[in-house]
Design a binder for this molecule. Structure first.
Ligand code: GLU
Length: 442
């Protein structure tokens, strides 16, 4: 049985980058009937906000990525304390006293000398007296003593990965103010919660090498790791530099639908053929973690509009009846309305306009030069009831009387009746227009 977790820090909104992480972890479990944990990495009390945690929950729920259990790191501090003590006893955690300025200065010197800016472990050579003196001046912070060896794992996406731990700074696990840092907290959680698979962004690859060493030091068993490529903007630029807001709440606000968004992310950067899935189960069957590549994945929000339009066009009436009801579209006309419009909308909210055309009538758009023409044409409009032949019969008659053809015949009439230059076929709109102005269209 697989146990995975999505571990956001509640310091901002969910966006397409971290949603992909959530989705891949969710799909592993969805396919295997395991446990998906939402873990809030909220040890940093200054930056974590409960409104972000609420927003993350709301976004995941809206997307249908339901979690089996929620954990909060802020509830687990005593476990981190125990683990830190264990590491101290094993001689794997050592106290340091450098200030941030000292460390920054040393890194600058190292860079100038062409050396990697790796912590030089000078705290290890402090004498007991020096340690005592420094300890009386300021509180110490704690680093994990890495074994300077190659640390490797078989990454489900990247294949064999090996990191030379000698090229890494010993990671800080406990800050001078006592705060347990991500590397320790995450490892303790992953071990305690029996996490079997960790899928996360490739920015965590070096963390993983250090975390594997911490896991060994805590005598834990190592989960499977998979590091997916980073998501960038359409020209390879970092997502954070993009103008358009790619937070999930904004995409939702714009009108992007969950399944097109999830389908897009489950195949973005993967060799598997894209499939616009109708259900999350279908997506869980179709996605393949091993098929993801390591090159950055380019994401263009415009694709989501295109996919949402395609998805909506494919939905049967039953799938949207309730939402149509919320717009006021109920009764037998609702299905007719949906079938007339579904291929002509980008987002569901576009229907608001079309429903107002059907229920209240459009505000006609008539160019001055077409006014006489439109008035003459309207006088030729057949009486009720309208059916799918009404438009062709009417426009043929209008053409005979006015001599107009093509665009100049149709467009002014479309604009007069719908207020728009584009939209559903007029032959399917006409039967719906006979309901305009009725108290009830059911
Ligand atoms: N809170 C970490 C992050 O958002 C979690 C990373 C992980 O999956 O371990 O980057």
């Amino acid at each position: 049985m697989n146990v995975t977790r999505f571990a956001p820090s509640p310091t901002g909104y969910l966006h397409v980058g971290n949603l992909r992480t959530a989705l891949l972890n969710f799909l592993i479990v969805r396919r295997s009937d395991g446990t998906f944990i939402l873990r809030l990495d909220d040890t940093d009390q200054e930056r974590s906000r409960s409104e972000y945690a609420d927003a993350i929950r709301a976004d995941l729920s809206w997307l249908g990525l339901n979690w089996d259990r929620e954990e909060r790191q802020s509830d687990r501090i005593s476990r981190y304390e125990e683990a830190a003590n264990h590491l101290r006893e094993e001689g794997r955690l050592y106290e340091c006293f450098e200030t941030a300025e000292e460390l920054a200065f040393r890194r600058t010197v190292q860079r100038k000398l062409g050396k990697p800016p790796v912590y030089d472990r000078s705290a290890l050579s402090l004498t007991d007296d020096e340690r005592k003196r420094l300890g009386s001046e300021r509180p110490g912070y704690w680093r994990f003593l890495l074994d300077h060896e190659h640390t490797g794992w078989t990454d489900t996406i990247r294949g064999e990965v090996s990191v030379d731990a000698a090229s890494l700074s010993d990671p800080v696990l406990v800050r001078a103010d006592g705060l347990f840092l991500y590397t320790l907290a995450s490892v303790v959680d992953d071990l305690d919660m029996g996490i079997t698979d960790v899928v996360r962004g490739s920015d965590h690859v070096t963390n993983t090498a250090a975390q594997i060493q911490v896991m060994h030091a805590l005598h834990g068993s190592i989960p499977n790791f998979a590091h997916h490529s980073l998501v960038t903007g359409p020209r390879g630029e970092p997502l954070s530099k993009r103008q358009r807001d790619i937070s999930i709440r904004n995409l939702r606000h714009i009108g992007v639908e969950p399944l097109p968004l999830l389908s897009h992310l489950a195949f973005l950067g993967s060799n598997t053929d894209f499939r616009l899935c109708e259900t999350i189960d279908e997506l869980a069957e179709a996605f393949d973690l091993e098929a993801f590549g390591t090159a950055p994945s380019k994401f263009d929000p415009a694709d989501l509009d295109r996919l949402t339009a395609r998805y909506l066009a494919s939905l049967p009436f039953e799938a949207v009846a309730e939402r149509l009801g919320e717009l006021g579209a109920t009764g037998c006309v609702a299905e007719e309305f949906w079938n007339a419009t579904r291929e002509n909308i980008t987002h569901f909210k576009d229907l608001k306009y079309w429903w107002s055309v059907i229920s209240e009538g459009a505000v006609p758009e008539i160019d001055e030069r077409d006014r006489a023409y439109v008035e003459a044409a309207l006088r030729l409009l057949p009486g009720l009831p309208f059916d799918d032949q009404t438009w062709s019969a009417w426009t043929e008659r209008v053409s005979q009387e006015t001599g107009r053809r093509g665009r100049s015949l149709y467009l002014p009439l479309r604009k007069a009746l719908t207020g728009r230059t584009k939209g559903p076929e007029m032959s399917v709109i006409m039967p719906l227009l006979q309901y305009v102005g009725r108290q009830s269209v059911s």
